[in-house]
Design a protein around this ligand. Structure first.
Ligand SMILES: [Zn+2]
Length: 478
């Protein structure tokens, strides 16, 4: 529902489902990378001719995407078999001479699009497996197809010194200074540009002559991590030596409570954004659906969502930076934010409140913020060479951090914790954060006992291996 700028960064951060388990938590970042992946994101301004090229490119991508999806659906329905990326790759090569317009942007481009729906299917299977609402990949309309991506450095090239981006079939685009600075910074850290994605966004104009703003994202591999001095080296650590674990409890009223005793609340503009969006939605509900004024309001609502998403991302990044700076190991609880939003019952911390439309919207905004926070904690931890854990959240809010007594009556009020056995009294979220830190320490111990194995790294797939006709094609992930 909310689109947040920036997809998941870096391929090294494993998804929650795949991260290995040690004790009561999953290791998501091991902080052992010699090199990380980073992205430079920037706006650019193509010439009118280049814009026509980019629009034609998106139309072709959309066509390939839908054709690939169509074939997969048919194959599945008729023969109950899945079509591999390899099969489709050979078909794309067969387009030579027949549909040179599609191939004008390079064969790689079309394969990249197949990769796009491969990802869509991989997400579909992952959601089925996790028991969530799967959402079968859908055909996409040309009007809604906004992104072209290249997952290998072919048919495009970026010249960092001269600030030029050349895309086959489109031309050479001059990039703004800020883009040049970002690209140079990653290149200076040893980064090699390997992926590109180009996105358009509607910015006014009429439906016959829409105006677009364009953004690009260049992914770099082999970027040297910025290993910050660890907190104990700086002399402000209570426990000297390695392995200071900071636990962080994410919640709605208190966005982030740390076992170091800090309480970060949700920023105030989030509530204001909720009021603005709810007011616009009420106005829109009174209009005739799809009328001119209804559509104008829809665009304003989208703009408000975009604004709040941008601010949320900035807030999450800065909060995560502060958290990672004081820890050698970060432990977060493994929240299932999707089901928190769905459930009208709420969570252990917020039980039984009937979720009205407005508070549902509020929760959605805050859940996105909490999700972004976790993502940025992982990214910052990876970059600083720290470990990050997602620990099980069972009983973290009811357990006494001092004596370990677990009792629902330990929570007489929402933000008060009073242990029924030892009398330990604390802010409920700080008590939970201390429990999460305890659990993180237990995970650390289990991990060290297992010989501190590093996380499995996906093997880089920069060049497609040549396969003979007899070789068994790799099947799509199932
Ligand atoms: Zn106690």
């Amino acid at each position: 529902m909310l689109s947040v700028p920036g997809e998941m960064l870096g391929i090294v951060i494993l998804s929650r489902e795949r991260a290995p388990r040690y004790g009561l938590g999953r290791l998501v970042v091991d902080g052992l990378d010699a090199a990380v992946c980073r992205k430079a994101r920037f706006a650019f301004d193509p010439s009118p001719g280049q814009e026509r090229g980019l629009l034609a490119l998106l139309a072709a991508c959309c066509e390939v995407y839908n054709a690939g999806l169509q074939e997969r659906r048919e194959a599945w329905r008729r023969a109950n078999k899945s079509v591999s990326l390899f099969d489709q790759f050979t078909q794309i090569k067969g387009l030579r001479g027949l549909r040179d317009d599609v191939l004008a942007w390079g064969i790689q481009r079309s394969v990249g699009r197949c990769g796009g729906w491969m990802q869509a299917f991989a997400g579909f299977y992952r959601r089925v497996k996790a028991g969530r609402a799967p959402g079968y990949p859908r055909f996409r309309s040309r009007r809604r197809f906004h992104t072209a991506s290249w997952d290998e450095p072919t048919s495009w090239k970026v010249n960092i010194d001269r600030r030029l981006l050349r895309i086959q079939g489109v031309g050479t685009i001059r990039l703004p200074k800020s883009a040049g600075r970002q690209l140079a910074r990653l290149a200076d850290r040893g980064g090699v540009p390997v992926t590109l994605s180009v996105t358009r966004r509607r910015a006014g104009g009429t439906s016959e002559h829409p105006k677009w703003v364009w953004r690009a994202s260049v992914g770099f591999k082999d970027v040297t991590p910025l290993r910050a001095a660890s907190p104990s080296d700086l002399g402000n650590g209570r426990e000297s030596g390695a392995g200071r674990v900071v636990g962080a409890d994410r919640g709605v009223a208190v966005a982030l409570a740390t076992s170091e005793g800090q309480l970060h609340v949700m920023p105030g503009w989030m509530g204001q954004a909720r009021e603005t969006i709810a007011a616009l939605q009420r106005r829109q509900a009174r209009k005739v659906k799809f009328s001119r004024s209804w559509r104008a309001l829809a665009r304003r609502i989208a703009r408000e969502y975009r604004k709040v998403a941008q601010r949320t991302d900035n807030w999450a990044r800065e909060t995560a930076r502060q958290l990672v700076a004081q820890a050698e190991v970060v432990a977060l609880e493994n929240l299932d934010l999707a089901s928190m939003t769905r459930s009208a019952k709420g969570t252990i911390d917020n039980p039984g409140r009937n979720v009205a439309a407005k508070s549902g919207l509020n929760r959605a905004l805050q859940d996105v913020a909490l999700g972004r926070l976790a993502t940025w904690v992982c990214v910052k931890a990876e970059e600083a060479g720290r470990r990050a854990w997602l620990v099980d959240l069972a009983h973290t809010s009811q357990r006494c951090a001092r004596c370990g007594h677990i009792d629902p009556n330990n929570r007489p009020a929402r933000d008060v914790f009073v242990c029924q056995r030892c009398g330990h009294t604390a802010h409920a979220d700080l008590n939970a954060a201390a429990n999460i830190a305890d659990r993180g320490r237990a995970c650390e111990t289990a991990w060290h006992q297992a010989g501190s194995p590093p996380l499995p790294r996906p093997s880089p797939r920069l060049r497609r291996r040549r396969r003979t006709e007899t070789a068994r094609p790799r099947l799509a992930p199932a």
